[in-house]
Design a binder for this molecule. Structure first.
Ligand code: ADP
Ligand code: SF4
Length: 694
């Protein structure tokens, strides 16, 4: 790596760092993160991790890796080291990582009361008999460990550590946070044992101490032993038990991987948590140990990264999300390609998908998760299949991504956009309170397009079918997006509500454009009816509260923004709504609007009541803007007579959904132009490894 173009300011990021018996080639450290691949999709996982190593990350770790069948997180495909077939699977990953000179780390994990063990049906061990803490709230408790069970557990750790050696890992983790078993032993609230593993802080830290010492004895001749450990945000409290216990084992491992003891903060959406938000807490820990420290902070700015190192906050730049959004950050910094860094927007769509048990994906990086299945490289695209021209209509995330990737492939591209500004929905949504970082989706693509002389951009150009045909391009990509419905049709209602044509009903687009009258906002009361269940309901409510408008948010679900639970936004949104004084009404569907009051119905009892308001904003579903597409379809003959070769509809205009899906569809359309239909639709299931441990 290295072209000599690196700004010397960033040299500290490229220093090798010793971690016990191994040496990381630089300070870029991909901490363990879930990927929805694990034991079930080992080739996919190996290729994805290998891509990060190729992009310059000096350390690349697995996701949580179960040490024993009694820690089975079905239906989530974590990694596992239960037996030798797992060793073979994980060797695919270590080989892929080593090929690029990086170190491979494995995060040995025992879930305890958080695991349901649906596949193995084994009891999960716990410090006591405690209710299952998974999101299912299973009617199930952990088994209070006897002293013999503790011995058995430690044996499982060492058997897994030996397998980690066999799989050629360089760093072996003891995973002691995120409310898994080892963390539960630390907690005075959870651990109520009366024996030598409970009671005093010294006793509660004993199990971790022993597991660290034994893991060092098992693998320490060849591997570093890292400990993942969480601390509170408020580290000034010297009485905090986690800080005190840290002091007792501060010199034991070879590396500390520090997280914050609040997942909604550690994994916070950019709406609520910004870059480098943990540094005060991490600096405190760093001052308490001589061992190297790594921590995350959604670092995407090389200046912030280098300041972490220069000011001694930490020794490594830990990253999960930034390495997902751009696996090539280290290489780009090294090559002086700072403008090319594709910055994470903090939307947590990555996390949402592995929380659903599906492979990882990313709003910014459409290649994420497709490295093996489709063979997509994160920083390279295939050259154009022919000297042909492409017209892309619409410059939202789908159209921008398509134009950018087609341009990088070398096609002559014209991008036409109806509005004066580019970005489509991303431009509109990034103006909502807290959403500024989402504009990175537009800005990165516009920055890349600006470097491509073969891409011409025409804003303020609304095309109709005749103008499209007149332009005589060989390929047409229609990316005209979608608009919010204002008739209430969604999940709870299949038909429009009575009164949906009243002039006091406003669509999201009109609210975002500022069409809603703003006479005396202090007297204005708006009802938001949210049957969408993602971020938009809460975001619009908070925007209106910023304008001093009273808001009642009504939803047929039991909680506001139920899908945003998966993106870790639900909690933050709810706090923000309550603090802003938004009135929340749950389990109620909308039936009527008479211009000044909504009739709502309990989703269980069907009992109706009315809520008076000045305006109603339904947020339920979208309608694709596919008029142009349908007209073009009807003029296919004319298109082909004029030399046209292909036409496709992408993004929200085809299937309204996540921004991530629009970017992906733009990328797929562009990357696959010129491929045969069979090549485009490879199933791509992991098949080489036939043995199956769940
Ligand atoms: P997506 O998420 O699929 O990219 P968006 O709704 O964000 O969709 O963006 C679609 C873009 O297409 C918008 O910026 C819109 O102004 C633009 N657009 C819609 N119809 C036309 C048209 N006929 N000609 C040019 N641009 C259009
Ligand atoms: Fe960042 Fe969103 Fe990509 Fe996750 S999905 S890495 S949060 S841009």
């Amino acid at each position: 790596m290295g072209t000599g173009d690196r700004d010397p300011r960033y040299d500290p990021l490229f220093e090798p760092v010793k971690i016990g018996p191994v040496t990381a080639p630089n300070r870029f450290y991909q901490v363990p993160h879930c990927a929805g691949m694990g034991y079930r999709r080992p080739q996919m996982m190996a290729a994805m991790r290998g891509m990060k190593a190729e992009g310059g990350w000096g350390v690349v770790c697995t996701e949580y890796c179960s040490i024993h069948p009694s820690s089975d997180d079905m239906p989530y495909p974590h990694a596992s080291l239960w037996d030798d077939s797992d060793v073979d699977k994980l060797r695919l990953m270590t080989d892929a990582v080593h090929e690029h000179g990086a170190l491979a780390g494995v995060e040995l994990w025992y879930g305890g009361r958080s695991t349901v063990n649906l596949y193995t049906r084994q009891p999960a061990f716990g410090p006591g008999s405690l209710p299952n803490s998974s999101k299912y709230h299973m009617p199930l408790q952990s088994r209070a460990m006897t002293l013999d069970d503790i011995k058995t557990l430690k044996g499982w750790y060492q058997a897994a550590a030996e397998r980690a050696l066999a799989a050629n890992f360089d760093i072996v983790y003891v995973y002691a946070n995120h409310e898994y078993l080892l963390h539960d032993f630390l907690s005075s609230k959870i651990n109520s044992r009366q024996d030598g593993y409970g009671g005093s802080a010294k006793n509660r830290v004993r199990l971790i101490r022993e597991v660290i010492e034994e893991t060092k004895a098992t693998v320490g001749h060849r591997c570093a032993v890292a400990v993942r450990y969480s601390i509170p945000r408020d580290v000034e409290n010297d009485e905090d038990e986690l800080i005190k216990m840290f002091g007792m084992i501060a010199e034991l491992p070879d590396l500390w991987d520090i997280t914050i003891n609040d997942y909604s903060w550690e994994m916070g959406s950019s709406r609520f948590v910004k870059e480098a938000s943990n540094q005060v807490a991490v600096a405190k820990i760093k001052s308490m140990t001589t061992k190297p420290v790594v921590s995350v902070g959604r670092f995407t700015s090389p200046d912030t990264m280098v300041s972490q190192i220069n000011s001694g906050v930490q020794d490594f730049i830990g990253a999960a999300r930034p390495s997902i959004a751009d696996p090539f950050i280290p290489q780009k910094i090294d090559q002086g390609r700072i403008d090319d860094i594709r910055e994470c927007i903090g939307c947590n769509v990555c996390y949402a998908h592995d929380s659903l048990g599906s492979p990882l994906r990313c709003t910014q990086n459409p290649t994420m998760g497709e490295e093996w299945r489709r063979g997509w490289h994160a920083d390279q695209v295939p050259e154009r299949h022919a000297d042909e021209t492409v017209l892309v209509i619409g410059a939202g995330p789908a159209g921008l991504e398509a134009a950018c990737t087609l341009g990088q492939r070398g096609y002559q591209v014209t991008l036409a956009e109806a509005q004066t500004s580019l970005g489509g929905r991303v431009t509109a949504e990034s103006r909502l309170p807290g959403f500024a970082e989402w504009a990175r989706v537009r800005d990165w693509r516009m920055g890349q397009i600006a470097k491509l002389p073969n891409v011409d951009v025409y804003p303020d150009n609304r095309l109709n079918a005749d103008s499209v045909l007149e332009l005589e391009h060989q390929h047409i990509v229609v990316a005209t997006g979608a608009r919010w419905r204002d008739d209430g049709v969604g999940r709870w209602r299949e038909t429009a509500f009575e009164g949906s044509h009243e002039p006091t009903v406003f669509s999201i687009e009109r609210v975002l454009k500022g069409d809603m009258p703003k006479n005396d906002t202090s007297k204005c009361h708006v009802i938001i009816y949210d049957d969408d269940h993602y971020y938009m309901g809460a975001a619009i409510a908070l925007k209106l509260r910023d304008e001093n408008i009273a808001v009642t948010l009504i939803t047929p679900e039991g909680r506001v923004g139920s899908w945003s639970y998966f993106t870790q936004e639900q909690y933050g949104s709810m706090i923000a709504l309550l603090e802003a004084g938004v009135k929340v009404v749950t389990n109620q569907g909308l039936t009527r609007w008479n211009g000044s009051a909504a009739t709502i119905q309990c989703v269980f009892s069907e009992v109706e009541c009315t809520v008076a308001a000045d305006y109603l904003i339904p947020i339920t579903a979208k309608l694709p803007n596919d008029d142009l597409w349908l007209e073009l379809q009807s003029k296919q003959d004319e298109f082909h007579e004029k030399g046209g070769l292909s036409m496709q509809l992408i993004g929200d205009g085809s299937t309204p959904g996540l921004i991530a899906a629009a970017v992906y569809s733009g990328h797929k359309a562009a990357r696959e132009l010129g491929l045969t239909a069979a090549d485009k639709d490879k199933a791509g299931r992991d098949t080489t490894i036939v043995s199956f441990t769940p």
